[in-house]
Ligand binder design. Structure first.
Ligand code: GLU
Length: 264
């Protein structure tokens, strides 16, 4: 049984593939629809916290680069450009619905420091109480994932944010409908799994194997997020961000995406 309709504080993770076209330029229709539906969920009384990727993608798009840069310095410079663009777009789009947004940039070093964590928690509480939607990203200009000092992908980050913000639900919007029992891109008979009670070796296998990091946005990082959220007692959903209207169905407890039940 799903109980999504009861969830009050929701962390929504938006990936670059949801927000931007392959060119790195903004997917205007998708973003417009997403901001409209998220604003509506906010207006219905839910507390929303967004974890948004897109800094590197939008920065590359803004500079007209054919692809994301590979070296650390360029990636970080491009992220600095894109983060500014990203927040400008959110600020502008949410303003249409009279909703104020706020930017929070995190690194793993911040998350592993109890004082900094407390500051983060306090700020989130304050912003939410002021009816503001906080928008979190990793501080890509500071984080150096090559040295494995940092998180490097926003799936795990979103689970940590959900834990620190005492969320009731982590909602990961992706470019795939959910978790499948095999790779749907190579196996046309792959079936979607709608409900995951426990992350077993079979589930890890379905996600592409335990411990593998299929680049940012792979299913393995989402399973990792489900583990972090689950241990914190937070349910998680992975669903396709292609059609934001489906969020209404989700909150009417319709069977959308894959639901990971937390082991409370
Ligand atoms: N923080 C990165 C960005 O904003 C994205 C990381 C990810 O794709 O998970 O571009």
């Amino acid at each position: 049984m799903r109980n999504i309709s009861d969830k009050h504080r929701i962390v929504i993770k938006l990936g670059t593939s949801t927000l931007a076209h392959k060119t790195g330029k903004l997917n205007i229709r998708r973003m417009t629809n997403l901001v409209r539906v998220i604003s509506d969920l906010h207006n219905s009384g839910r507390e929303i916290i967004i974890v948004s990727s897109g800094a590197v993608g939008l920065g590359a798009g803004k500079l007209g680069l054919a692809e994301k840069p590979k070296d650390t310095r360029s990636k970080q410079a491009v992220a600095a450009i894109g983060q500014c663009e990203l927040m400008h777009i959110y600020d502008d789009m949410f303003a249409k619905y009279s909703i104020t947004v706020a930017q929070i940039l995190l690194t793993k070093t911040i998350i592993s420091n109890p004082d900094h964590c407390r500051n983060f928690e306090n700020t989130i509480e304050k912003l939410v109480s002021m009816d503001v939607i906080p928008i979190v990203n990793e501080n890509d200009t500071i984080a150096i994932d090559e040295l494995e000092l940092e998180i490097g992908e926003n799936d795990s980050l979103s689970a940590m944010v959900a834990e620190l913000s005492n969320a009731d639900l982590l909602l990961i919007l992706s470019d795939i409908d959910g978790l499948y029992d095999d790779d749907p891109r190579t196996n046309p008979h792959a079936k979607q799994i709608h409900f995951v009670k426990e992350i077993t070796p079979e589930i890890e296998q379905a996600a592409g194997g335990a411990g593998t990091k299929l680049g940012t946005g792979g299913m393995a990082t989402k399973i990792n997020a489900a583990k972090i959220a689950g241990e914190a007692g937070i349910d998680m959903i992975i669903m396709n961000g292609r059609d934001p209207e489906l969020l209404y169905d989700l909150f009417e407890d319709k069977e959308i995406g894959t639901y990971f039940r937390a082991n409370k």
